[in-house]
Design a protein around this ligand. Structure first.
Ligand code: ZN
Length: 1013
């Protein structure tokens, strides 16, 4: 390991001149974990955020109760951009009766110790030999502050560390940050809010910022009287701030034991809508009234003698207080979340068999937020469009998105918050589970959506990503915060969810849920690794007899989590005896081709020790370059080797199958396991020679299937004669698998094209979406060729019948997913510039431009507005563009705002596009005038890049203004992704090479990554 560190030593001034303050700045290190010699038990934290122009700061005071696990003279805390006042630091030995495992009972809104009426505490005794601070060392690379004392802390003793600090409220969307928005009257309003996951709690207060270092939190927040403050727990009381007239302190209840990344604060002038909570049937679920805590209660706790304990069986209890918070102008959009949240939370309590343990749950919609949403315990934060839904718009996709994100964060309250990963390596378990369970919760509140079928489209997406050599194992060893940030990707979320779903199928509902509940109960308020879950599931499945005794869940799942990729199962039928021979091999989309790698080189300088493969080390190995000295931006065209360590690429594959005249698409039980050690296996599923066979029922397994020619033909014939005999999810799978196999050279393209001809009869959302995705990819490749006209005709022919039967406008009886199908098909008509779209688009847009109040009257229905605005702008000029841009500045609905942002990139006028890009990606006064926010870059870049006129303008801009873009975003990751978006629509290698050469020659930027969720 190479560390080029320099030390800056300076003597602290004033009162405590003997304390040495040291600052270390070094290259990013591998060794960034905290020592385990001191552990936190309880934080008492008081924070005063000041939201005043010219003074965006925080002042904090903290008392931190610690347990010393081994003798040391140092306490190491995480701390970034905080100034700790050395004169305030003190450490005292707390002579508290050790009360490990105190049992607490929840009564009303607070926790009191069971079996005694008043909390006990022996006075803290200050000893003469109490350690004194001698040195405070800031290490900017490790993001730590180390407190060095003149005498050692004693093993097994408890101490209280007291300190005061100041910090800032930056506008960078991480840590404790400030944000502003304009209200209806054009007044600027300020708010302060947190985003801590994964490693940014350390920017708000000094702390042990690792997920396994759980503690309780007693939080007090200062605010102006005119604002409100929220944190994870309910407020106990408000007290006036004696030295600041017009300001008050809000004192909150002590939290349950939790990780620092789940702590949250929110100070704003938002309003709330209180949801109607549910009633708990206490017999159904385990009561969470027994709280385990290693915490001690002190004399500042409220007296508890007035709450005698009752031995009677508990009566049905109301659920937690649920509130949806938004800026006052958006309060009309809170109804959906207010209705769904209690229904979903109640469902999840029953599903997991454990009550949601907090007395309240706040959900906040934020105008400016880096992630989609964040599951802070009891105080969930959302980007506005992930929480708020405008009922007048009736856009099915927006409604679904809100339901998905609300459900996802609720699922985290158990998977992630109650039981937390020991380290970020197992992040996928949190994210995969939340992504899977969100579907079950949506299915509960919107059963007619058939969301569980719809979810298979997301599996399809990640099958695409995971078929690239640049993919990574979902369980990846990570150390540095930059690496942790990179884990928040589709592999962790969607592949994680897909393999958990697969497990649900092969274990069966009862064993799966039984195992999960046992795991959660066993590990609640603690931390766990994937092996803990595998063990709980194996025990349950063996007890139930749902998994053969000689197979355990760990063996199966390790084959899916510790390596990247997945198999294609090849089926060769024996038409004489009705059996079929099955074999597996890794599916790679581009076995031989070149791929472009974008990467920020990892700071890891040693090979990983574990058998888990490290994707960063792996990327280095492929590129054959020396280990990087520091973070670097690199872009290169690489020969990807297809048989890279091929021997390890085999899996435990659960085979499900059905076929022919008696096909049963509910037969999702595993009929055969493909074993990674065996080359082939025989499926004895009897299907007549004249009937088709189909594998992977309802896409229950994470793999593709290829068949012999004869079977493919029988499947195609079935689709064309009566496609409804095959389950919609399997129809989508046949489309997706056949196109992917053709793209990888394992099938001729004629096969998926032949298969597609049945689409003239298809009306179901899932197969339509699957086909549109594949045909959309083809469209991108044909767009710049002379044959595009022919291609357009063939594409349009497949979907014209569906377009006619759906129409443009929503029908009264239409379900959510039917709405998605209608909008998807009308999008095709618009993207192909067919008169069924462009006619109404131009006409309705003109009508809109002549209305008296275009910000409240719009003849274009919201659900198809994206396609119609885009078509109108493509066929229009400056006037149309300016009109829509003016609407953007005034729109009050986050989803319509996104539609407008995307549509403005549709114009074919180069100068307008360049003007738009200039306003969006570099410092520019037009930004605030037009109402463009930093977080909008993705929507804008995506739409400009997919515009045949826009993509070159975007690339040219990125080349010319790279330094400005980098400066504007303050990190490399966003400009990189911007550039990735720009080149993603390139269709010829020459174009890619031209651009990549430019970047190889001109860029060598140091970088820091931004938070991304
Ligand atoms: Zn999540």
């Amino acid at each position: 390991m190479q560390v080029s560190a320099f030390l800056l030593l300076c003597l602290a001034t004033a009162a405590i001149s003997e304390v040495l303050v040291t600052r270390i700045s070094s290259d990013k290190l591998k060794d960034v974990r905290l020592p385990m010699n001191v552990l936190p038990e309880r934080y008492r934290l008081q924070l005063l955020p000041i939201l005043e122009e010219g003074n965006f700061t925080t002042q904090g005071e903290m008392e931190l109760d610690l347990l010393v696990k081994s003798k040391t003279d140092q306490i190491v805390l995480h701390s970034v951009n905080l100034e700790i006042d050395e004169s305030s630091v003190s450490l005292s030995l707390s002579k508290i009766i050790p009360k490990r495992d105190v049992i607490f009972v929840k009564k009303r809104d607070r926790f009191i110790p069971k079996g005694r009426s008043t909390p006990r505490k022996i006075e803290e005794e200050r000893y003469k030999d109490e350690p004194e601070l001698t040195k405070l060392i800031y290490d900017s690379a490790k993001e730590t502050a180390t407190f060095v004392f003149d005498s050692p802390l004693k093993m097994g003793e408890r101490y209280t560390l007291r300190l005061a600090f100041t910090g800032s409220l930056p506008a960078d969307l991480k840590g404790f940050y400030r944000s502003s928005f304009l209200d209806r009257n054009g007044n600027k309003r300020w708010l302060a809010v947190t985003q801590f996951e994964a490693t940014d709690a350390r920017r708000a207060f000094p702390c042990f910022d690792e997920p396994a270092m759980k503690a309780t939190f007693d939080i007090t927040l200062g605010r102006k009287e005119s604002m409100s403050a929220l944190t994870n727990m309910p407020k106990i009381r408000t007290e006036p701030m004696l030295d600041r007239p017009g300001w008050v302190w809000d004192v909150f209840e002590r939290s349950v034991p939790m990780s620092t990344y789940l702590v949250a604060f929110f100070v704003s002038d938002f309003e709330f809508k209180e949801a109607e909570t549910y009633t708990r049937e206490t017999a159904v679920i385990e009561s969470q009234e027994e709280m385990r805590s290693a915490d001690e209660v002190d004399s500042t706790d409220p007296p508890t003698t007035d709450l005698p304990l009752s031995e009677e069986p508990p009566a049905p209890q109301p659920g937690p207080v649920i509130r949806i918070w938004a800026r006052s102008d958006a309060m009309n959009q809170t109804e959906l979340a207010a209705t769904s949240t209690p229904a979903m939370l109640s469902f999840l309590e029953k599903y997991f068999g454990i009550e949601y343990p907090l007395p309240k749950l706040d959900l906040v919609g934020l105008p400016d937020f880096a992630a989609g949403a964040m599951e802070n315990w009891g105080l969930i934060t959302y980007r506005e469009r992930a929480l708020l839904y405008d009922p007048s718009s009736s856009v099915a996709r927006d409604r679904l998105y809100v339901q998905k994100v609300v459900a996802h964060e609720l699922a985290h309250q158990w998977f992630g918050n109650l039981v937390t990963m020991k380290w970020w390596t197992d992040l996928w378990l949190n994210e995969g589970f939340a992504t899977y369970v969100q579907g079950l919760a949506i299915n509960h509140v919107e059963p007619n959506w058939k969301y569980l079928d719809y979810f298979t489209l997301e599996i399809q997406d990640v099958l695409g990503l995971d078929s690239l050599e640049s993919s990574h194992p979902i369980s990846a060893e990570v150390v540095h915060p930059d690496q942790i940030t990179e884990l928040f990707d589709a592999i962790s979320y969607k592949k994680g969810a897909a393999i958990i779903r697969m497990m649900n199928f092969f274990l069966g509902e009862s064993s799966f849920r039984g195992g999960v509940t046992n795991y959660l109960k066993d590990k609640k308020y603690g931390n766990a690794e994937q092996d803990d879950l595998w063990k709980a599931l194996t025990d349950q499945a063996h007890a139930d007899g749902t998994l053969p005794d000689d197979i355990d869940v760990k063996s199966i799942m390790d084959s899916w989590t510790l390596k990247k990729g997945y198999p294609v199962v090849t089926v060769t039928r024996n038409y004489k005896d009705g059996s079929a021979s099955l074999s597996q091999k890794r599916f790679l989309l581009n076995p031989d081709s070149k791929s472009i790698e974008f990467k920020i080189s990892a700071p890891v300088t040693e090979a990983p020790k574990s058998r888990k493969k490290n994707r960063f080390a792996e990327a280095r190995k492929i590129s054959q370059s020396p280990p990087p000295q520091s973070n670097k931006f690199e872009l290169r065209t690489t020969e990807v080797r297809s048989n890279d360590e091929e021997t390890h690429y085999s899996w435990w594959v659960p085979i499900t199958a059905t076929g022919g005249s008696t096909a049963d698409f509910n037969a999702t039980n595993t009929v055969l396991w493909l074993n990674p050690e065996e080359d082939a296996a025989t499926l004895k599923h009897k299907v007549e020679a004249s009937q088709w066979l189909i594998l992977n029922i309802q896409r229950s397994g994470f793999y593709r299937v290829n068949y012999d020619d004869k079977n493919w033909q029988m499947l195609i014939n079935q689709l064309r004669s009566d496609h409804k005999r095959i389950h919609p999810v399997n129809r989508a799978q046949l489309i997706d698998d056949s196109f992917s196999l053709a793209a990888s050279g394992q099938l001729p393209y004629t096969l998926p094209l032949e298969l597609s001809r049945y689409l003239v009869n298809e009306r179901d959302t899932v197969p339509i979406a699957s086909a549109v995705k594949e045909w959309g990819k083809l469209s991108g490749r044909f767009k710049h060729t002379a044959d595009y006209g022919l291609f357009k005709k063939a594409y349009a022919k497949l979907f014209l019948p569906a377009s006619k039967s759906f129409g443009l406008d929503r029908k009264e009886e239409e379900t959510g997913l039917e709405g998605v199908a209608r909008v998807t098909v009308s999008n095709i008509m618009c993207s192909l510039d067919l008169p069924t779209c462009t006619g109404p688009a131009i006409q309705l847009f003109k009508k809109w431009m002549t209305t008296d109040d275009p910000d409240s009257e719009n003849p274009i229905k919201a659900d198809i507005s994206g396609s119609l605005y885009c078509a109108a702008l493509r066929h229009g000029g400056e006037e149309e563009w300016e009109f829509l841009k003016d609407r953007l500045a005034k729109v009050n609905t986050a989803t319509q705002r996104d539609v407008m942002l995307s549509s403005l990139g549709c114009t074919y006028h180069p100068w307008l596009l360049r003007r738009y890009i200039n306003a969006a990606f570099v410092e520019n006064p037009l930004r605030s005038k037009w109402g463009i926010r930093k977080q909008d870059w993705r929507a804008i870049a995506g739409s400009v890049a997919s515009n045949p006129v826009g993509r070159n303008i975007l690339v040219t801009f990125a080349k010319e203004r790279w330094d400005d873009v980098h400066k504007f975003f303050g990190s490399t990751l966003t400009p990189l992704r911007l550039f990735q978006t720009a080149v993603s629509s390139f269709s010829t290698e020459a174009e890619v090479t031209e651009v990549s050469t430019h970047f190889l020659l001109s860029n060598d930027k140091s970088s820091q990554t931004e938070f991304q969720n």
